[in-house]
Design a protein around this ligand. Structure first.
Ligand code: C2E
Ligand code: MG
Ligand code: MG
Ligand code: MG
Length: 278
């Protein structure tokens, strides 16, 4: 009986592994065509002030696959990171963001910014200083409007080199945002060495929380916002899903919000329809 269970387990894992491996292979082989056929789309999720006025958006990629439909990033980002393709995808999304910012500027909406995600692998494959400075020059936009989201994992390889890069980008006028603080891959270590401009405090921290831990969790959030303020950072609370969270974090001092409570990531067309048409 034990042996049988063991075999079952093995075949379960084998199957899962096989499915993943096949998917990786398929995605990787489809990448170039997908990119050239513009199957990757920049979606936008609004970032708002405490009273709900939109001040910008985060660019989040979606793969609109001809057979599978909309594929979310958690299914393919890590695959493209592994196969070394992610930087091509990111370059595409960053350019889409810059293009959109130039368009908004022409329409008199240069109050809006777009935050883009930078993969850990991008730090190894790209000259990020040249890439971002060329991009804002090409599209005639202010570096202030293209915000750069990074996580701690990007800093792990060759910290000294990355710190210099961040410093150069900031001197040029870019804002650096620490993504996923509090529930993802960003910790106090990150705050110690990187003088980032923005802290993105992730409400994933509150998901599946036990009743007894709720007060404690609130104290931690309040202190984290304070910590960011002491370090002169702007705070964006991300992943807000309830009015309760918005009220509490506004009181705690969060400057901006991003989350399903206000808006989900949507296509650029829908975003403009919803937020920019009066
Ligand atoms: P992220 O940068 O932390 O983006 C925020 C994620 O939280 C998004 O997931 C967003 O849809 C989700 N989210 C926003 N509000 C809420 C909420 O109220 N509740 C919950 N439960 N979730 C919320 P998404 O779009 O699936 O992206 C996942 C991750 O994939 C991103 O996390 C980012 O790390 C990565 N990613 C997305 N687009 C890109 C890209 O263009 N380039 C790179 N390198 N990574 C990307
Ligand atoms: Mg992000
Ligand atoms: Mg995040
Ligand atoms: Mg995240």
């Amino acid at each position: 009986l034990i042996k049988e269970d063991y075999n079952k387990k093995i075949s379960f894992y084998d199957k899962k592994f096989l499915v993943t491996a096949l998917r990786e292979k398929r995605y990787t082989s489809e990448f170039e065509v997908a990119l050239s056929k513009r199957q990757f789309k920049m979606y936008l999720q609004a970032q708002v002030t405490p009273n709900g006025n939109v001040c910008g958006a985060e660019a989040l990629v979606r793969w609109i696959h001809p057979e599978s439909g909309l594929i979310p990033p958690y299914e393919f980002i890590s695959v493209f990171e592994k196969s070394g393709l992610i930087h091509k995808l990111d370059l595409f999304i960053w350019e889409e963001a810059a293009k959109k910012l130039a368009e908004w500027k022409k329409e008199g909406r240069d109050d809006l910014h777009i935050s883009v995600n930078i993969s850990t692998k991008d730090f190894q494959h790209l000259d990020l200083f040249a890439t971002f400075t060329n991009l804002v020059r090409k599209y005639g936009i202010s570096p202030q409007k293209l915000k750069l989201e990074i996580t701690e994992s990007s800093m792990m390889l060759d910290l000294e080199k990355q710190l210099l890069l961040i410093d150069k980008l900031q001197n040029f006028g870019f804002d650096i945002e620490i993504d996923d603080f509090g529930s993802g891959y960003s910790s106090l270590n990150m705050l110690k060495s990187i003088h980032a401009n923005v802290l993105k405090l992730d409400m994933g921290f509150l998901r599946n929380i036990k009743e007894v831990d709720a007060l404690r969790a609130k104290d931690i959030l309040k202190s984290t916002v304070n910590l960011a303020k002491v370090l002169k950072m702007t705070v964006i609370t991300e992943g807000v899903e309830t009015l309760d969270q918005v009220e509490f974090l506004t009181q705690a001092g969060s400057d901006y919000f991003q989350g399903y409570y206000f808006a989900k990531p949507i296509s650029v067309g829908d975003f403009e329809e919803k937020f920019l048409k009066q």
